[in-house]
Ligand binder design. Structure first.
Ligand code: PMP
Length: 417
């Protein structure tokens, strides 16, 4: 086909690198650490059924269009949820979106022109990189370490940039990052917001995982730092979602931001989908009103923590010579840096042969990287599968790198939990 009829960005676009792994999932017996899906047995099916029955049991009005900004009752409930996390936005400062994925897309539409400069933490959430690539902006990476995005490195980058290429926004997942699993430490949170105010860029704080914490530590949202430092000039735009705490099928996300941003995003949303499904918004509203949310989140935290522990115990026992990682304190992901001698395509193929899947770290960088790393999710597989998956990973690594075998060559994690 004559591709010149497509827009410049879509002449030869590349799809999501994670979705491209889907064909491997049909392999019988495969254990996947690759997906970013929450565990279905943690969905509160009874609560959702009750909420849906309440919504569909009455008048036909529930099948009508709704306001672009979202149903007022849902905005109230989401504002309450945010306030419990320290995001002091009122209902009128929230826009309901079709997943938080749409919220970012609306920001790309309303804030960015081709050629603009955007900062992202590295490694970064691939769908964000994809949206930025399609928007034809210049993406600059800011490295992360065990304490999240390195603000000193960001400061140097900002100082070096010419005025013409000053960034318009910075994207970060500061709490239990996807993919790195890390938390941005308190001191850096304040520095990051200070830098945004000093250099005049927005921060997109993407927070789908913040409530999935394995500790009692509190992580003050960047949004709140921004409010305290700048009030109505808050440079932080807060995004969140019910996908990881209730159910992704609700496709319910939201954005908290100032009026100028929200009004423009609402206009962009009018052309995207008019409004997010009022039906699922009503189900979400009813669900949040049932009083079951906190218990469901607590259950998810306990389950994910247990799974993370089994995964990290296994990696420590079997693969400490081949990889290193920061133990996640929440969320769904573990990021591991591999031994520099690890042959990457060979490892992926060996893992597929053994029946275990991960996401290659290269998916999380905007340009080719020499860094050898992988992302593994501990959210979906059960405990026995996690143990077996780690055993398979070990066998695959041993097969491709006989020289960097650990001294405990014959160890294996006991199966059967
Ligand atoms: N941001 C991050 C960091 C994510 O990991 C995800 C889902 N994987 C999303 C946004 C999108 O979530 P949703 O659209 O389901 O709310």
């Amino acid at each position: 086909m004559d591709t010149s009829l497509f827009s410049h960005s879509y002449q030869s676009p590349t799809g999501s690198p994670i979705r491209e792994l889907f064909p491997y999932l049909s392999k019988p017996g495969l254990i996947s650490f690759a997906g970013g899906y929450p565990s279905p047995e943690l969905f509160d099916g009874d609560g959702l059924k009750e909420a849906a029955a309440r919504v569909t049991g009455g008048s036909n009005d529930v099948y009508q269009y709704g306001p672009t900004e979202g149903l007022p009752a849902l905005r109230e409930r989401l504002a309450e949820l945010g306030q419990k996390r320290g995001v002091e936005a009122q209902a009128q400062n929230l826009l309901v979106t079709t997943g938080s994925q749409q919220a970012f897309d609306l920001l790309v539409k309303t804030l960015l022109d081709p050629g603009d400069t955007v900062l992202v933490e590295l490694p970064a959430y691939p769908a964000t990189l994809q949206a930025l690539r399609l928007a034809q902006v210049q993406v600059l990476g800011v490295p992360m370490d065990a304490h999240g995005l390195q603000t000193e490195s960001l400061r140097s980058t900002l100082q070096a940039l010419r005025t013409a290429s000053r960034p318009k926004l910075l994207y970060t997942v500061p709490t239990f990052s996807n993919p790195s699993g890390t938390v941005l430490c308190e001191a850096r949170r304040a520095s990051l917001v200070e830098l945004a105010l000093e250099y005049g860029f927005f921060i997109v704080e993407d927070d789908p995982y913040g409530e999935l914490s394995f500790t009692s530590d509190l992580h003050k949202p960047l949004y709140r730092h921004g409010m305290e430092m700048a009030g109505s000039r808050n440079p932080v735009i807060y995004l969140s979602s019910l996908s990881k705490t209730v159910a992704p099928a609700l496709r319910t996300g939201w954005m908290a931001a100032n009026d100028d941003i929200l009004r423009r995003c609402a206009i962009a949303k009018q052309t995207a989908d008019l409004c997010s499904s009022p039906l699922t918004q009503m189900i979400a509203t009813e669900y949040l009103g049932l009083g079951r949310y906190d218990a469901a989140v607590e259950r998810a935290c306990r389950t994910y923590q247990e799974r993370m522990q089994v995964m990290t115990d296994g990696l420590n026992a079997l693969l400490s010579h081949q990889l290193s990682f920061v133990q996640p304190q929440g969320g769904m992901f573990l990021w591991a840096d591999l031994h520099p001698d690890m042959p990457l395509p060979d490892l992926f193929d060996a893992c597929v042969r053994e029946g275990v899947l991960y996401v290659p770290g290269t998916a999380f960088f905007p340009t080719p990287t020499a860094r050898k790393s992988i992302r593994m999710s501990f959210a979906s597989p059960g405990l026995a599968d996690i143990q077996e998956g780690v055993n398979r990973l070990r066998r695959a690594m041993d097969a491709v790198t006989p020289v960097i075998r650990s001294s405990r060559a014959n160890a294996s994690v006991a199966a059967g939990v």
